[in-house]
Write a protein that binds this ligand. Structure first.
Ligand code: ADP
Length: 607
């Protein structure tokens, strides 16, 4: 590995906030915020500080968000605009729920969730009904603050009356979720999996999964929740940041023992007990692809608002941290996705009372070095061939059940000296198996097409009318007056109390709701996903025909065409399950796009 690249790798692994770049294959790193002062000298000896540079860079490595470094007009940035917002607990729950409405069976890997405060009433009513129907059912719920991380503010409840709804005079934004009561245990301990995933590109969609991951163990033997043990965080929460403070936490030099282990060591252990780990791994891959498909539509809206077509801008990629729980029956469950997973390869240790030092963490090093190294290799502008992703050595190959297509194995000449990739491409590799799920993305493509004004993320009433007219969705049964009422009704419910006037209008999720409604009106007798697919086909067909009226031509002329790869897909499985009706209650007040001030966030949290 050439020195610049090695330097970047070191910077990233020892730091929590770094701006780095590569120029013509050369990599430099910038600000260092880590506490390990000794390391800083090493970096300064080999790295350049990019402040004041005029020349563009090939790769910009931001510590927190896309906006860390403004005015980038070329190259690649390691963060997507909107990713932090999309992966907040409420927005992720909404995105998955939309997919659950269309594909309930495919998206059953996410625990049932309610958004607080607006769905508090629904939550209470539903739980009361469940208990009334069967007195022996005694579910537990986990409440997670919307912007929380590292287990902060999380608590378990058994009754809706135990919800803590207010902070001072303000309603708490949170997700309350069905608690998985029977997780798979190892050594009697609950654990979860941290998997690193590279979202290499949105369009075309390219997803890579690290073959090696981490498992984080609780430090108190697990018992199913009871009123007595609900507050035992070391028993119920697997967060490293919490358990490291337990007297039982074990730092181990071995990757197969201690409170943080490699995923492969856990899978080997399960395999030795006869578990079909190929199936487990294949289910995990499917979970990652499906979750990514759920968040991509909104990410595309953010992306076009930040970098509208025609405006020079960078392309983006991002390493994400998927947190996954295995149930006792080995089914993987998605807990959350971290937009800023920690890449630290050392941990703090108390050497003597009150004296802390950073010491290497072999298991973190084993997993994370490969992830960053491979990300750089894949994003290297000189790396033109994507097919090397199929190389298989390096780390455990867990095998997979998702049928594979043969791909040529190939390496670019300068990669000969590097270890084989640990990041494995799963999309577009498994396009055939998962492309049919990308319905909402097609709705997002329509939405973007009618947004009109560059940088906009919301549709105004005129643009919504234009969409209806252009796609010929109004008729004698559904007049333009009804269209206006639909727009006002849905937009009011979704935007509710948004004070910021820039946020006025119909956001993507509201548009999706309107689209589902229109699809239901038009294709009454079909299941929702068929209704939506049929309406999409109808709209897309209309948009391919040159619009007859000048007004409509003007209003759509500034927009991008729909991506063909998505548009041409067909539903492969004719045996569709019947999805439930639209579940959004009319009284709900959805808050979309709650913008954070990215700089106020903590970088690269160790979860
Ligand atoms: P945070 O971002 O604060 O870490 P998580 O959603 O990751 O929030 O939850 C923290 C921990 O709580 C997880 O690591 C897991 O151990 C536990 N947990 C979260 N959701 C569930 C659930 N639905 N069922 C069981 N355990 C859960």
């Amino acid at each position: 590995m050439e020195s610049g690249r090695l330097c970047l790798l070191l910077c990233l692994l020892h730091n929590t906030g770094t701006i780095t770049y590569t120029e013509s294959g050369r990599l430099n790193c910038g600000q260092h915020y880590n506490a390990a002062g000794g390391r800083r000298n090493i970096h300064n000896a080999t790295c350049k500080f990019p402040l004041g540079r005029r020349a563009p860079c090939d790769i910009y490595w931001h510590g927190v968000s896309f906006h860390d470094n403004e005015n980038i007009v070329s190259g690649q940035v390691n963060k997507f605009p909107g990713m932090i917002e999309m992966l907040r607990k409420i927005n992720l729950s909404r995105a998955v729920r939309t997919m659950q409405e269309l594909f309930p069976e495919e998206y059953d890997f996410y625990p049932r969730s309610w958004i607080l405060p607006e769905e508090c009433q629904q939550f209470s009513t539903q739980i009361r009904m469940v208990k009334e129907n069967d007195a022996s059912v005694n579910p537990t719920f986990i409440v997670k603050p919307d912007g929380g991380s590292q287990g902060d503010g999380i608590y378990l409840i058994r009754d809706p009356s135990d919800l803590k709804l207010m902070v001072g005079s303000q309603a708490k934004q949170a997700v309350v979720q069905e608690y998985i009561q029977r997780p798979l245990l190892i050594d009697k301990l609950k654990f979860d999996i941290r998997l690193y995933v590279l979202l290499k590109s949105l369009e075309p969609l390219e997803i890579y999964i690290a073959k090696e991951g981490l498992t984080r163990f609780c430090t108190e033997p697990y018992q199913e929740p009871s009123q007595k043990n609900l507050s035992h965080v070391f028993m119920h929460l697997t967060n490293y940041s919490l358990n490291v403070h337990s007297g039982n936490f074990v730092h181990s030099n071995s990757q197969s023992t201690g409170s943080k282990r490699s995923l492969s060591s856990v899978l080997y252990r399960l395999a030795a007990k006869g578990v079909d780990i190929k199936k487990v791994w294949s289910d995990i891959i499917a979970l990652v692809i499906k979750t990514t498909i759920a968040v991509v539509p909104e990410l595309r809206v953010y992306y076009q608002a930040e970098i509208p077509p025609g405006k020079p801008g960078p392309t983006c990629f991002q390493i994400l941290g998927f947190d996954i729980l295995l149930m006792k029956n080995l089914k993987p469950v998605l807990l959350e996705v971290n937009s800023n997973p920690s890449m630290r390869i050392e941990h703090e240790q108390e050497m003597a009372p009150g004296v802390f030092e950073y010491v290497p963490s072999p298991v973190d090093e084993e997993v994370k070095v490969g992830v960053i190294r491979d990300t750089l290799r894949l994003m290297d502008p000189g790396h033109k061939r994507t097919s090397i992703s199929n190389l298989r050595a390096g780390g455990l190959d867990h095998g997979e059940e998702i049928p594979m297509e043969a791909e040529p194995q190939d390496r670019s000449p300068d990669e000969g000296a590097l270890p084989s990739l640990c990041l494995k491409q799963v999309y577009p590799k498994y396009t055939k198996q998962f492309n049919y799920l990308r319905l909402v993305e097609r709705i997002a493509a329509l939405f973007i097409r009618f947004l009109g004004v560059k940088g906009n993320m919301r549709l105004g009433p005129t643009a919504f009318r234009t969409f209806i007219r252009t796609c010929k969705l109004s008729n004698s049964n559904f007049s333009m007056a009804s269209v206006d009422i639909l727009y006002i009704d849905i937009t009011r419910r979704w935007s509710g109390t948004m004070a910021d006037s820039r946020e006025a209008g119909m956001g993507l999720q509201a548009f999706v709701e309107a689209f589902f409604y229109l699809a239901g009106r038009r294709f009454k007798s079909q299941p929702l996903r068929e209704q939506v697919a049929s309406l999409l086909e109808l709209c897309e067909a209309q948009l391919e025909t040159p619009p007859p009226g000048g007004e409509e031509r003007r209003s759509v002329s500034c927009s991008r065409a729909l991506p063909r790869s998505i548009r041409t897909q067909t539903l492969p499985n004719p045996q569709l399950s019947s999805p439930g009706p639209l579940r959004r209650a009319a009284s709900q007040d959805y808050r979309l796009h709650q913008r954070l001030k990215p700089r106020s966030l903590r970088a690269n949290l160790e979860n």
